[in-house]
Design a protein around this ligand. Sequence first.
Ligand SMILES: Cc1cc2nc3c(=O)[nH]c(=O)nc-3n(C[C@H](O)[C@H](O)[C@H](O)COP(=O)(O)OP(=O)(O)OC[C@H]3O[C@@H](n4cnc5c(N)ncnc54)[C@H](O)[C@@H]3O)c2cc1C
Length: 304
Amino acid sequence: MLGGGSNLVIGDAGFAGTVLRVATEGFALDGTRLTVAAGEVWSQVVDRAVLDHGLAGIEFLAGIPGSAGATPVQNVGAYGQEVADTITEVVAYDRRAGETVTVPAADCGFAYRHSRFKAEPDRYVVLRVTFRLSDEDGASSPVRYAEAARALGVAPGERADLCAARETVLKLRSGKGMVLDPEDHDTWSAGSFFTNPILTEAEHAAFLARVTERLGPDAQPPAYPAGEGLVKTSAAWLIDKAGFTKGYGAGPARLSGKHTLALTNRGAATAADLLALAREVQGGVAEAFGVTLVNEPVMVGVEL
Ligand SMILES: Cc1cc2nc3c(=O)[nH]c(=O)nc-3n(C[C@H](O)[C@H](O)[C@H](O)COP(=O)(O)OP(=O)(O)OC[C@H]3O[C@@H](n4cnc5c(N)ncnc54)[C@H](O)[C@@H]3O)c2cc1C
């Protein structure tokens, strides 16, 4: 199943089978209830919702490549917003049962970059997704992400201008090489290559001890509550502090010069080149901090 192919790492040997690319179209608004066909381009869905209809709820997800149908698969998120915040239901074809099913949000198994669609990759074909957006008279959703709040000149938790929120996110994403520019190899990536690790309290305590031992008592790894005694830290921070700084690498695959979390193709990298770099980074972080990074992109015919 292929949407836009923006979250895939496909082995150099290719895939010996039938690939189905979803190319359906449809954008239907009923009040603030938006239903989109799986094949719609996600960034255009955001643009239409924000710019044409003044609706809030997905504005911080502007500029994320790929299709609308893939957004529930890994519960796409950025800048303090994720699609699980607004999805009300997903209509999917269940290949096991051979029927079309309507899955309410509560049954989608949404978690950080995860869902039941990702958990059972060969089972569901997402056909359409319904979101409950909101009309806030030109204001955005509350700004949850500190970097976005700073850039918008509001306090975290406050609302900003809706269109300014979208534009700000696009600028922040460009600054990190997260908007494709064919001229700029720093943007030739699958986005964030690793998810942010989620640690139990005990794992977090052991991690902090390792950080102090290696970097001294003043080192402050980012820590965000991730529910029920869990703490999320930053994969980009870990990679940088393990010695893999921006631009790291000498071959055709290197870390982006703008963001340590993006593994980039400098023009002629193979999947093997990319995975060799990924393994080096993963191994280096594990050795330095005892945390094993997990890949975010879906691997086809290869493993990390
Ligand atoms: C520069 C860049 C920046 C990115 N930034 C972010 C970000 O900020 N946040 C974030 O969450 N992600 C980000 N991503 C990852 C990616 O954009 C998202 O995961 C996106 O949802 C993938 O969409 P796609 O259509 O390209 O999916 P594909 O790469 O085509 O597929 C991804 C997975 O979803 C499955 N899939 C696709 N469509 C369907 C369908 N209709 N039904 C069932 N399964 C399906 C595929 O089989 C595959 O397993 C980024 C990627 C890039 C390249």
